[in-house]
Design a binder for this molecule. Sequence first.
Ligand code: SF4
Ligand code: SF4
Length: 435
Amino acid sequence: MKDPRLDTLREHGLVGMGGAGFPTHVKLDSSVDTLLINAAECEPLLRKDNVVMQTCPEEVAAGIRVAAELCGASRVVIGIKAKNRASIAAMASVAGDLFEIHELGDFYPAGDEVTLVYELTGRIVPPSGIPLQVGCVVINNETALNIHEALAGQPVTHTFLTVSGEVRKPQTVRAPIGVSFRELVQHAGGTRLKDWVILDGGPMMGRIVTDPDTPVVKTSSGVIVLPTDHPYVERELRPREAKFRIGKSVCDQCSLCTQFCPRYLLGHPLEPHQAMRQQFIIDFPAHSRWGQVCCECGLCTLFACPEGLYPREACQDSKRSLAALGEAYNGPSEVTVHPMYDHRKVPTKKLLMRIGLSRFEHDAPYTDYEGGRGPLRIRLDQHIGAPARPVVSEGEQVRRGQLLARPPEGALGVPVHSPREARVEALEDLEIRLS
Ligand code: SF4
Ligand code: SF4
């Protein structure tokens, strides 16, 4: 019989806080031998995983206990980078016989789910597969905290995120969903820059947003202010056609993008230099298959390619094109780790130097967030699954934690709740505006 706590997690809006936001009640409705807690803080410049562990270790441990019970895991391992001593000490103080701590090296992408499973268990998730296939479930440490809070009756209405880059007081806050990036930048002392953009997330898998009024969603993890004319920003904002035009004329097939690809090094049939060929050779499906199992970590584009080309984007294109053709992955399911796996790990420091963001490597200590009293924009499509549908009306007064919207009956997804007492100002296509 299904554990009723899974319904509680769904009703309280739980999704994974370390990535795309997969509904937690679905992930934990499984039977595995090992639960892995991702506390790698994989993306450079972000500090939120460490703040969560250092500010609420007991609550994180309580959530881990529930998660292990739900998925039946007899072994629990938390992955924390060895350099984060304070977090290791905080979690060691509550570990008891509940979980082991695995100290990870400071490389990127230590927190990629497939990499983490290998580092912590020695098991290789099959290409195009998920950790469940090798007896593992992976959740983020903030998700564990949210599990504990949900069972205490508190829905997910806030998220930990780091506000950093060119701001006067870099900090990590627990911000209400719906608050604007602009407000968070002001809370961090504002910026001296005249022309700036925001990196939503970390530099490797985040996206540049030019609208500072973009709202925070449950999966937001970073608000990094960068100068508009920074080479990293200019490179990321280059139009897609230009990226491909340059790739077509410059790629010399040196294959360094493949040699450093973490999934290739785990033995997956992923060779971005071959995916690049789809741009200049008319044999589209054959070459696209070499990009099909890419996790879009960005290492090939932002670190490996000596010509500054875009192999990740070639793989993204490959995946989309094959999906449009209905072509599923049909390569090998059993693979072997490359002998150079350990020797080609990319240190985070080196990566930051390569992308020119080392000067933003600040501390971002936890700071109480007292803002969020102004208008809030609550997105209804803020995580994986069907967009939620409003259950409130314009003009209605709502309480903190009140249900605002829920996914259609039977669809994958979770409800969305109000972060504070407010008035429903407007119901829009994919957004509820609160004042
Ligand atoms: S994309 Fe860059 S790294 Fe990859 S083969 Fe071409 S030149 Fe080499
Ligand atoms: S983005 Fe590049 S390095 Fe990362 S998994 Fe995809 S092909 Fe490999």
